[in-house]
Design a protein around this ligand. Structure first.
Ligand code: PEP
Length: 263
C-alpha cells in the first residue's frame, strides 16, 4: 500500500537477536565484546535478547553503547509462588528494556497461549518494558490457507486491552513457525504479505496513525544473505534473529543490511 511505503521511514527499524538457550555468562561476555564494535555505527535499534542468567552482564557490557538488552519472557504477576518465573519488576530493575513474549517455542513447548501471552504483554507494558510480541502460523495452517485467520486472532487476543498509548512501546514480530530454526525462510513476498496484513489488523484495532507507526519485524531463518531483500520490503521494519545472532559477523551484517544502499 502506498501509505505503508510513505510511512516506512518514520518507523523505528529494529534488529533483535534472540539468543534462545545459548551462551553461558562468560560466553555471552565474549560474544557481546565481538558484536560491540561491529554494530557501533548502526542506523537502527540493535537489541540482544539473552538468557536470564546473562542479563546482568549484558547490561554491564553494553553500558554506553548503542546495544539494548532484552529478556526472552516475563511473568504477569509482580511476585509470588511461581517457581522458575521472572517478574517484570526484576527485569526493569536490572535495566532491561525489551522482552520477547509469545515466541513460538514458548507456545509449542511450554504451554503458552494467547491468554497468557496477553497477560505477559500487559504486565510488561505496565512495568515500562517494551514487548516484542511474536505471532505466526504453523505450516499446516498455511497449507490450509488460514494464515490470515490465525494471525488476526493472535493479534487481537495478544493485544487485548492494550491501549492506543501503550502501542507506542509494542513491537510485533511475524515469525512463521515453519521458518524458525529450519533454514527455510519465508520469501520476501510472503513476509511482506503477512506483515502488511498485520498492519491492516492494527489499523482495524487502533486506527491508521498507530498502525503506521508500529515496528513489525520478520523472524525465521533470517541471515546475512537474505536480510537485505526481506528488510527492503515496505512492511518489514526489522528482524528477530535466532541462529544468526549467535555469530557476531552475521548479526552485524544483518544490522548493516538496514542501511540504505549507497549510490
Ligand atoms: C527466533 O528464534 O525468533 C528465530 C527467528 O530463529 P531463527 O532465526 O534461528 O530461525
Amino acid at each position: 500500500m502506498l501509505l505503508d511505503a510513505l510511512t516506512k521511514g518514520m518507523r523505528k527499524t529494529i534488529i533483535a537477536g534472540n539468543w534462545k538457550m545459548n551462551k553461558t555468562p562468560s560466553e555471552a561476555t565474549s560474544l557481546i565484546e565481538e558484536i560491540k564494535p561491529l554494530v557501533a555505527d548502526a542506523n537502527c535499534e540493535v537489541i540482544i535478547c539473552v538468557p536470564y542468567v546473562d542479563l546482568g552482564i549484558a547490561i554491564e557490557a553494553t553500558r554506553d553503547t548503542n546495544i539494548k538488552v532484552g529478556a526472552q519472557n516475563c511473568h504477569w504477576a509482580e511476585s509470588g509462588a511461581f517457581t522458575g518465573e521472572i517478574s517484570t519488576g526484576m527485569l526493569k530493575e536490572l535495566g532491561v528494556e525489551y522482552v520477547v513474549i509469545g515466541h513460538s517455542e514458548r507456545r509449542q513447548y511450554f504451554g503458552e497461549t494467547d491468554e497468557t501471552v496477553n497477560k505477559r504483554v500487559k504486565a510488561a507494558l505496565a512495568a515500562g518494558l517494551k514487548p516484542i510480541v511474536c505471532v505466526g502460523e504453523l505450516l499446516w495452517e498455511r497449507e490450509c490457507n488460514i494464515t490470515n485467520e490465525v494471525i488476526a486472532r493472535q493479534i487481537k487476543l495478544d493485544l487485548w486491552d492494550v491501549t492506543p498509548e501503550e502501542m507506542a512501546n509494542v513491537v510485533i514480530a511475524y515469525e512463521p513457525v515453519w521458518a524458525i530454526g529450519t533454514g527455510k525462510t519465508a520469501t520476501a513476498e510472503q513476509a511482506e504479505e503477512v506483515c502488511e496484513f498485520i498492519r491492516a489488523c492494527l489499523k482495524g484495532l487502533y486506527g491508521l496513525e498507530i498502525a503506521a507507526s508500529v515496528t513489525i519485524q520478520y523472524g525465521g531463518s533470517m541471515n546475512d544473505k537474505n536480510a537485505a531483500e526481506l528488510l527492503a520490503k515496505t512492511n518489514v521494519d526489522g528482524g528477530l534473529i535466532g541462529g544468526a545472532s549467535l555469530v557476531a559477523e552475521k548479526f552485524a551484517a544483518i544490522v548493516d543490511a538496514t542501511k540504505p544502499a549507497e549510490y
